[in-house]
Write a protein that binds this ligand. Structure first.
Ligand code: ADP
Ligand code: MG
Length: 349
């Protein structure tokens, strides 16, 4: 059994985390959208925790909505949080005043999006946009803000940072623009970064470089990092633990090595089988049959059952809870859970 625990090697936190609890603790979160088509149940009882220096990758459906809800940028309406808690250092952000929440979001929690071009202002230089973080939030002078901005651009490994600071976003490659987004997110030294498909728009080789950079900075800054992706192939080397989502639920959680070597949910297995492999070049890629469900009409029982090669009668009637996964001798596997009636067959069979 391999478990990768990067938290064991990180330096002491910059400031002590209050108590011993996790940085972020999402509890039984439910989010729905009221649409003309009906109520789309996008997030249906999500639970997870992220600690300082820990990375969590998600793959499935309801990922962005979960992230937007944590970040406080969910469109309401049509979105509505119907249940749950989002504890940041033990305090429920959903119960805070707007001002308290604002202090956390943006400063303590930063977000990186897939599309840097639409997140950056095209008519302002990157130096101006980076510097603004320091001028507005930390009251630095123009000159000091510029020094800090160059430092940050160096840190995210943008070559010739001092010269490029007066360039505009379109003058950078996609990978370099994503590095600028990472620099913006880092500017205020947040405790947690939520990166939603941060490399999806990039070439495969550039994807790996940007992921490696994120992992390196996460260790250096001892931040929590939630890395959201639809592609399990890109988080293998970066994440500590993974939560796989399907139809708004977490269907499997596991330390990263365990998830890849022994998936305990047929959906995870399908996702892993769909990752292109270098040694199978030219072969047709496996795809999970069927489509994700319409969230206004989630199938009864396990939402994945209509697409599942292992589905039995019970799968079409009873929702499987996210239950602990054990070895054949009953030994509990730390951090592992599966919401499949037949996880035993899936992992051991
Ligand atoms: P992903 O896991 O691909 O990031 P999302 O979290 O973005 O998926 O969306 C999950 C589902 O939530 C969508 O399939 C859609 O049904 C619903 N949804 C998301 N945003 C909206 C919106 N603004 N209005 C209506 N429905 C939405
Ligand atoms: Mg998304």
């Amino acid at each position: 059994m391999t478990t990768i625990d990067k938290t064991a090697h990180v330096p002491a936190p910059r400031e002590s985390v209050s108590g011993d609890g996790p940085l972020l603790d999402v509890r039984d979160l439910h989010v729905e959208f009221h649409t003309r088509d009906g109520v789309a149940k996008a997030v249906n009882g999500v639970n997870y925790t992220v600690s300082a220096g820990e990375t969590l990758g998600e793959s499935g459906s309801g990922k962005s909505v979960t992230a937007q809800t944590i970040m406080g940028i969910l469109d309401m309406p049509p979105g509505k949080i119907t249940q749950g808690e989002i504890l940041f250092r033990g305090q429920d952000m959903l119960k805070m005043s707007n001002e308290e929440r604002r202090k956390i979001r943006g400063r303590k929690i930063a977000m990186i999006f897939q599309d840097a071009l639409s997140s950056l202002n095209p008519v302002l230089t990157v130096g101006y946009q980076l510097g603004e973080m320091f001028r507005v939030h930390q009251g630095l002078s123009r000159k000091d803000a510029k020094v800090k901005s160059i430092e940050l651009m160096d840190q995210v490994k943008i070559p010739a940072a001092a010269a490029r600071i007066s360039d505009y976003p379109h003058q950078f490659s996609g990978g370099m623009r994503q590095r600028i987004m990472i620099a913006m997110a880092l500017a205020l030294e947040p405790d947690l970064i939520i990166a939603d498909e941060p490399t999806t728009a990039l070439d495969v080789t550039v994807q790996a470089q940007v992921m490696d950079l994120l992992a390196e900075l996460q260790r250096e800054y001892n931040m929590g990092l939630i890395l959201i992706t639809h592609d399990l192939g890109v988080v293998a080397d970066v994440a500590d633990k993974i939560a796989v989502m399907y139809a708004g639920r977490i269907v499997e959680t596991a330390p990263v090595g365990e998830l890849y070597s022994r998936p305990a949910h047929p959906y995870t297995r399908g996702l892993l089988d769909s990752i292109p492999r270098l040694d199978q070049k030219g072969q047709e890629l496996y795809a999970i049959k069927g489509l994700p469900p319409n969230l206004t009409r989630i199938p009864a029982g396990c939402a994945f059952s209509p697409r599942c090669p292992k589905a039995q009668d019970i799968c079409r009637t009873e929702i499987p809870p996210l239950a602990p996964v054990t070895e054949q001798d009953g030994l509990e596997l730390v951090g592992r859970g599966s919401a499949c009636h037949f996880w035993k067959e899936t992992i051991h069979g």
